[in-house]
Structure formats: C-alpha cells, structure tokens
Design a protein around this ligand. Structure first.
Ligand code: A2H
Length: 254
C-alpha cells in the first residue's frame, strides 16, 4: 500500500440536523460553522445514488477545522493525513479538533449528500467500517456496492436490534449505471445471486464487490447525471473533477 497509494475522492455531505444521540453540548462546540461528514470513496461516479451514510458505532471521530467556516467529521487518523496533504486551510501538518464523538452519537443525523439525487439522508451504523481506512465515514450506494446494499437490508430487517428508526433506512437503491451482466442494480442482483444473507458474510461480499466493480468499470454505462451515456471509465474522472470544482469533494490519498 505504501508503494501504491489509493487515490480516494473525499466527498462532503452537509450536516442538516444532529440525531437523537448527539452530545448535548455539540452546538456550542460547532459555533456558527457548517459541519460536513466526509466520506472516502473509490466510486465518485456513483454519488448520484447515495441513500444514507455509514459510520462504525464504536469508532472515535472528531470535528476538525477545515477552514474558517467548515468543520469536518472524520477520524483523527484521517484528519492527520489531510493536514499533511495540505487539505486544510492551515500550515502543513497542523489540525485542530473542536469536539470528539463516538460513531453511535452520529447515527440518526440527517445530511445532504454531495451530488445525491436524494437531498436528505440519514447516518446509519455499519459493522465493517474500519478505523484504519479512509475517513471512517462511508457513503452508501446500495445500487452498486454489495456491502452497502446488504447492510441496508440488514438494518431494515432488524431496526430495533441496530437501534435505528426504520424511516432512517427508507431510501431505496437508486440506479446510476447499467451493465450487460447485472442490469441497473448490480449490488442487489449479486447479493441475491450469491445468496448473501448478512453483512457479516464478508467472504462472499468480497467476491460480489469484485464482480460488481469489474463489470461496472469495464462494461458500465452511466444512466444519470451530466455524463449519462458515457462509459463508467470515462465518467469516473469527470464526475470527480466536477465535484472538486464545486468544492464538495477533495482528492485524498493514503
Ligand atoms: B466505496 P478499498 Cl458504489 N471501512 O464507495 C470500510 N469500507 C470503507 C471505508 C472504511 N473505513 N472507507 C471507505 N470504504 C468503502 C462507494 C462504493 C465503494 C461503491 C462500490 C464499491 C465500493 C459507495 N460506498 O468499494 O479497500 C468505500 O465504498 C468497493 C471497493 O480502499 C470505498 O469506495 O478498496 C471503498 O470501501 C474503499 O475500499
């Protein structure tokens, strides 16, 4: 990994409303600033289809000063990396945390996902979110990510167990691209075909992820957005550039 850095797109989703578990003094820490949940993705071309966000309930997050008006919710590890990549409006390597939160304190918050067709989505819990990858915040595109789809279905089946309100998981997968093999819903198709029963079936999910990724990348055609009709391969950098130009995403590597 040190040899071959992963080029992520860090996508900003504006916080619209804190959820019921947010710390009581959070507004005070935020002051008048705008909070963004920032998710690292390898699939910027799918961002039209965001239906929710995911965090790990036991992970530690912070609100970090990105510039004069924005606080970004990411892990400490990601904030540090961002500081060294010159992403924050501060001298290289410097970053400041104004509040600490556990993932479960963010669950149920409402956000506006950048470039999403659906303008208000909720933050939900996911078991497999790694503290050691990306920002610890994952945006959910269940049409094209088997992990996202399976987790969303698990949450719908067992809302009480996962301590969520059913309406937080109510947005259905949104088609964004089409492939000859799996149609417009590659993740739901593969989860059904491979009979994947739970987000804990990590081996089968890895296989589904690989199949969906390859078919999407080599044979997918966009069905939505400014690059509708272009191949996924062509659209990917174009959507990414648009998002960066619109100041709703930044390049992030690790
Ligand atoms: B991807 P790689 Cl549509 N823990 O974004 C677990 N997963 C994480 C994560 C973390 N801390 N940070 C990012 N990810 C997810 C979109 C997507 C993604 C689609 C299809 C496949 C896909 C929407 N979710 O990933 O290990 C993010 O989900 C499959 C490769 O660095 C990110 O891209 O290769 C991807 O994993 C990065 O995983």
């Amino acid at each position: 990994e040190a040899v071959n850095p992963q080029e992520y797109t860090a996508v900003k989703s504006k916080l619209l409303e804190w959820g019921p578990n947010a710390p009581k003094d959070i507004q005070q820490a935020v002051g008048g600033k705008t909070v963004y949940l920032v998710a690292a993705t390898l699939r910027p071309e799918t961002m039209y289809g965001q239906t929710n966000m995911f965090v790990g309930t036991n992970l530690d997050y912070g609100l970090y000063e990105a510039n004069d008006s924005e606080l970004w919710l990411v892990t400490d590890r990601a904030a540090r990396n961002m500081a060294f990549q010159g992403i924050f409006d501060k001298p290289e390597g410097e970053y400041k945390k104004v509040a600490s939160l556990k993932g479960d304190e963010v669950v149920g918050s409402k956000v506006e996902p950048a470039f999403g067709i659906v303008k208000e989505v909720y933050v939900l819990p996911m078991d497999g979110v790694l503290a050691t990858k990306g920002t610890g915040v994952v945006t959910s595109v269940p049409s094209d990510s088997p992990d996202d789809y399976r987790t969303l279905m698990d949450l719908r089946k067992k809302a009480e167990h996962y301590k969520i309100q059913p309406e937080w998981a109510a947005v259905d997968p949104i088609p964004v691209l089409s492939t000859p093999k799996y149609g417009e819903m590659s993740a739901p198709t593969l989860v059904t075909e491979l009979k994947i029963q739970s987000q804990k079936d990590t081996k089968q999910l890895a296989e589904a992820k690989e199949l969906a990724y390859k078919e999407g990348f080599y044979n997918g055609v966009m069905t939505i957005g400014d690059f509708k009709g272009l191949t996924v391969q062509e659209a990917k950098p174009k959507v990414r550039d648009q998002m960066i130009a619109a100041n709703v995403a930044v390049a992030y590597a690790e």
